[in-house]
Design a protein around this ligand. Structure first.
Ligand SMILES: [Zn+2]
Length: 251
């Protein structure tokens, strides 16, 4: 209808009427765009709140999971470093403990359980990370994605580590063990290893593999796990501020 009117005005050479028609079209488009922007913005705000709450739940769960596993990973890291120092004469000589032999025997396992955050990954995958308006939280999330990648990379280094219990079964004797769980009531299965410093030191191949495993484990802790966990805690702190969440002493 509008088009027919414009055509008529042009045919009549009524330029004033044409100008008004043109103005009506421009205003109409402008108003239409504004309404659509406004409703998109409203939708983004609703999505933002829902996503931040989902993210808070995921971060809290990940932290609890990490706490249990981290304790073991740190204990292993300490035992591996201590045993490696003794073997390479960087610490006073003494016999290795079962804990140290077990840590050496499982040093090639860098697995750290579930670390992904579906809500954050969905935001990244759909290119909508910018709906998080708080700049501090937004950059903390971007940094967490980087740390996540670094963690995955250092975890993949386990492909270069050596399963010494399998490669040197006469020297690193691995057996199955049951122990009390840190997290559950029942017993859980694990591996235990026995070894002697003297037998290890006599095998140059094994000594080299232990040096590489210790280095890989160190990189996993230093460049992967610790920075990732620090960033998880930072994102949690920022989320609590943005969502105005307060935890009790134990939360
Ligand atoms: Zn919280």
């Amino acid at each position: 209808m509008l088009l027919r009117r414009i055509t008529k005005h042009i045919n009549d050479q009524n330029w004033f009427a044409v100008a008004i028609d043109f103005f009506i079209v421009v205003v109409g488009v402008f108003v239409g765009l504004q309404v659509s922007n406004w409703s998109n913005a409203q939708q983004d705000r609703r999505d933002e709140t829902a996503i931040l709450h989902a993210l808070h739940t995921e971060i809290t769960e990940t932290e609890q999971l990490a706490e249990n596993i981290l304790y073991r990973r740190i204990s292993s890291a300490i035992a591996i470093a201590t045993a490696t120092n003794i073997l390479f004469g960087l610490a006073p000589q003494r016999e290795l403990t079962t804990t140290e032999c077990t840590a050496l025997g499982s040093a090639h396992m860098l697995y750290f359980g579930r670390t992904n955050l579906p809500a954050l990954e969905r935001l990244q995958a759909t290119g909508r990370l910018d709906i998080v308006r708080d700049t501090a939280l937004n950059s903390a999330l971007a940094k967490l994605l980087q740390r996540q990648e670094a963690l995955e990379f250092t975890t993949s280094l386990s492909a270069n580590a050596y399963d010494i219990g399998h490669l040197y079964p006469e020297i690193i004797e691995v057996s199955s063990a049951l122990r009390h769980s840190d997290t559950r009531e029942d017993l859980e299965r694990g591996v235990t290893a026995t070894c002697t410093a003297k037998a290890i030191k006599q095998n140059k191949g094994l000594m080299g593999d232990i040096a590489i495993n210790a280095d890989t484990y160190d990189a996993f802790m230093r460049d992967g796990l610790r920075p990732w966990l620090a960033q998880i805690q930072e994102v949690h702190r920022q989320l609590d501020i943005t969502l105005n969440i307060q935890h009790g002493e134990d939360g």
